[in-house]
Design a protein around this ligand. Structure first.
Ligand code: RIB
Length: 307
């Protein structure tokens, strides 16, 4: 079972020819509404990849709440741990340009009231994995992380959006998943002076758990137990990269949870992340198990090198 503690949003997505610079207005023809939020996206990605998933978080008592929860409920994610609070459901305002790149503003709303206390002690019984991101109050993340580790769960943190981690947190994380920007932020906050994302990943892994650095179209690299693992991405024409990182993380968690080794889990995650770039929107783009299996032989197995 994967326990996801994180954000639930509604995404308002405007396709534009190019993204605005500061102070600029750019016109788009229309907009789409879809469920999003890094927590919910990763929960759904894990579920679609075949895992049993429980989601814990907060939505408002408004018309956006059923939109935020719809895909999760349809897919069979356990929503007992999602609470309703007196704040608007989280919303993300997303511009997507002609090359599939995005710019995202998030109004956290109800996500600001997600609490570690929503997690019942019986939900932390091993075997299982706690999956966290950075869109809910960080003190609640860290409180839950401590409880999960004490209970014997595996732990995974996707440091998105990027932010500093307290010193005591890193040793509690079995799997740290970061992109090239996030890894530099985490490494700098931990006192490592480097501008090289892969060196930063390795330095962080020296201090404890495994570190996975996603590299966009170049795939991903993992640093674990003195070894470096590399996986390529599927070659795709990106339409919308929103949610691709979430597809990677949720699928990676699901693959590990079902007993895959690191190399195989990286392959599953890389294919899922690549496929998510080919469909518009976050949750609509998350591939299911069959879609991943259909393409997995198109990438070479992960390569392993010693440090
Ligand atoms: O990672 C993509 C997600 O970031 C979007 O769904 C949006 O809601 C923001 O949380």
């Amino acid at each position: 079972m994967i326990l996801v503690f994180g954000s639930l949003n509604v995404d308002l997505v405007v396709p534009v020819v190019r993204l605005p610079v500061v102070g600029e207005t750019v016109l788009g023809e229309g907009y789409r509404v879809a469920a999003g939020g890094k927590g919910a996206n990763q929960a759904l990605a894990a579920r679609r990849a075949g895992a049993d998933v429980r989601m814990v978080g907060a939505v408002g008592r408004d018309g956006f709440a059923p939109v935020a929860l719809y895909d999760l409920a349809e897919a069979g994610v356990d929503l007992e741990g999602v609470t309703s609070v007196d704040a608007p459901t989280g919303a993300a305002f997303i511009g997507v340009d002609a090359e599939g790149r995005n710019q995202i503003l998030v109004a956290s709303g109800a996500n600001r009231f997600a609490s570690a206390e929503q997690v019942e002690e019986s939900w932390l019984r091993p075997p299982g994995l706690l999956l966290l991101q950075m869109e809910v109050p960080l003190a609640e993340n860290w409180a839950l992380l401590k409880r999960a580790r004490a209970a014997g769960l595996s732990t995974m943190l996707n440091v998105a959006p990027a932010g500093p981690l307290p010193e005591a947190v890193l040793p509690l994380i079995d799997w740290l998943v970061v992109n090239e920007v996030e890894v530099l932020a985490v490494a700098a906050a931990a006192g490592h002076r480097t501008q090289d994302p892969q060196r930063a990943g390795r330095l962080l892994a020296d201090a404890g758990g495994a570190v996975l650095v996603t590299l966009g179209a170049k795939g991903a690299v993992a640093f674990a137990k003195g070894k470096v693992w590399r996986i390529e991405a599927l070659p795709v024409d990106p339409l919308d990269t929103t949610g691709a990182g979430d597809a990677f993380v949720g699928t990676f968690a699901a693959a590990l949870d079902s007993g895959n080794d690191l190399a195989s889990a990286m392959a599953w995650a890389s294919v899922a992340g690549s496929l998510a770039c080919t469909v518009a929107g976050a949750q609509p783009s998350l591939p299911d198990r069959a879609a991943i299996v259909a393409r997995i032989d198109e990438i070479a197995p992960a390569q392993c090198l010693s440090w």
